[in-house]
Design a protein. Structure first.
Length: 462
């Protein structure tokens, strides 16, 4: 049969729009193509952009399969809302693409500036693991009870530098764990990049007492991504997000040729496609700081004086300017299985290098979890009380452009966000509340200098 007849036959058999948006599996990006060095960074970023912005269809594997009566909440066998067969919304199956939730570059402009990799508004907030929602206040509590988590999507700019910081902090904490094991009975202070994570002590049997560990899990792996600090890398986040939001199952989790959710599609997301997605997200531009006048400089001084910098560290520094990527990943050993690396001082990230071959990362955060008090605590029965109260410190770079604020978007202004702090941040909140309006405005004017990049991803978005 001639090529023309083959094309005509295929055209007759496939309805327009019903084909897989990613194309045939034979045409898609493999891990070997990236690891083998066959592609330029621009090529990989273009492939990653495709994964980020493609509106997945059922032919790609979008959605879950038949309902799993044993587990109705985990990805794979969730029901759909009103039996619509596509979306659930109250527990994932709520987007067709990453871009659906990460598309507001500046909410401070009128109209808002849209673009790849931005934050999300309230309508994009994720309802995670929803078990019950009392929207009519049938309980008479004076509010709509909610058993679940509401998560407002943050902007993704600068994530490569954040990932490198997390990797280096993890390596340092693992070294300190080794010191504790080598010196039973000795209390070892956990300090990485100037951030204190408590102490550990090991016994003669090699068991570690982690009861005094603070702001990080007992395994001493720094997880800088997710509002709760749940993910050690963008790859780990992406794997979870693909399944939760879209029902797209990565081959590296379910196996090659395996239809784990029973939706009739195998090889929904290849390892190379996840790698491209991670590399794209982590090589976007870095948030910027506008020039400061006298008012803004005074605001930075207020920011320091009232204690905001205890958690919102203005800058952390890496030891290396190279961000490496691993597959498969070993969280406690982030330097294993490296297949690719990028220079964070070049390309879109363009971070400032230090005299020691690292980069300065002006993120205004410490990559540590903190107890934020009763008012911000979540009411999620799938977590412990401590987990409901703790959140990772929000990165303030780009904050002027990323309203609404806090983990669930409840604060519509920067002033609201500060005044809602509690728990470990109570003293800083009280100090801010005691300032005169003039001095508060100085601090707020300083925060308004922390901006998202202008026209991000211009190298791949034409």
């Amino acid at each position: 049969m001639s090529a023309a007849l083959c094309l005509q036959s295929a055209f007759a058999q496939t309805l327009i729009g019903e084909e897989a948006a990613l194309g045939s599996v034979e045409s898609r990006l493999t891990q070997q193509e990236i690891a083998g060095g066959y592609l330029s960074l621009t090529d990989i970023r273009l492939a990653g952009l495709k994964m980020f912005a493609t509106q997945f269809r059922k032919a790609d594997g979008f959605g879950d399969g038949p309902i799993d009566l044993v587990d109705l909440v985990s990805p794979g066998g969730r029901p759909t809302l009103q039996n619509n067969g596509t979306f659930l919304r109250a527990n994932g199956l709520d987007a067709q693409a990453c871009l659906d939730c990460h598309s507001i570059v500046s909410a401070d402009a009128m109209p808002a500036v849209l673009g790849i990799g931005g934050a999300g508004g309230i309508n994009n907030s994720v309802m995670f693991m929803t078990r019950a929602m009392d929207v009519a206040d049938a309980s008479g509590n004076g509010f709509a009870g909610f058993d679940g988590r509401l998560i407002n999507p943050p902007a993704l700019f600068g994530t490569g530098a954040v990932q490198q910081l997390g990797k280096e902090m993890t390596s340092r904490l693992q070294d300190l764990k080794g010191r504790a094991l080598a010196n039973p009975g000795q209390v070892v202070r956990l300090r990485a990049k100037g951030v204190e994570f408590g102490t550990i002590v090991a016994n003669e049997s090699g068991d570690i007492d982690a009861s005094n560990v603070e702001g990080v899990d007992p395994d001493l792996v720094v997880r800088p991504f997710g509002r709760k600090g749940e993910f050690s890398s963008v790859r780990a986040f992406d794997l979870d997000a693909l399944m939760f939001h879209m029902g797209m199952q990565p081959v590296e989790l379910v196996g090659e040729g395996v239809d784990a959710d029973g939706d009739g599609v195998v090889n929904e997301v290849l390892a190379g496609e996840v790698s491209a997605l991670e590399i794209f997200v982590t090589t976007q531009e870095t948030p910027v700081q506008l020039a400061r006048g006298p008012v803004e400089r005074a605001g930075l001084r207020r920011f320091r004086q009232i204690g905001c910098v205890e958690c919102h560290r203005p800058a952390l520094r890496t030891h290396s300017h190279e961000l490496s990527y691993s597959f498969p990943e070993i969280e406690a050993d982030p330097d294993e299985n490296v297949f690719y690396s990028v220079d964070l001082t070049e390309g879109p990230p363009a971070l400032e290098s230090t005299s020691r071959r690292g980069v300065r990362v002006p993120l205004f955060a410490d990559l540590k979890r903190h107890d934020m008090g009763d008012a911000l605590a979540e009411s999620f029965h799938g977590a412990t009380e401590r987990q409901n109260r703790e959140f990772i410190t929000a990165k303030l770079w780009g904050v002027a452009d990323t309203a609404p604020y806090l983990h669930d978007g409840r604060a519509l202004t920067l002033n609201d966000a500060i005044m809602m702090h509690g728990g470990e941040a109570e003293s800083a909140r009280a100090n801010y509340a005691a300032l005169s309006n003039e001095h508060k405005n100085q601090l707020l004017a300083f925060l308004k200098t922390l901006r998202n990049p202008v026209s991000p991803n211009g190298d791949v978005v034409f």
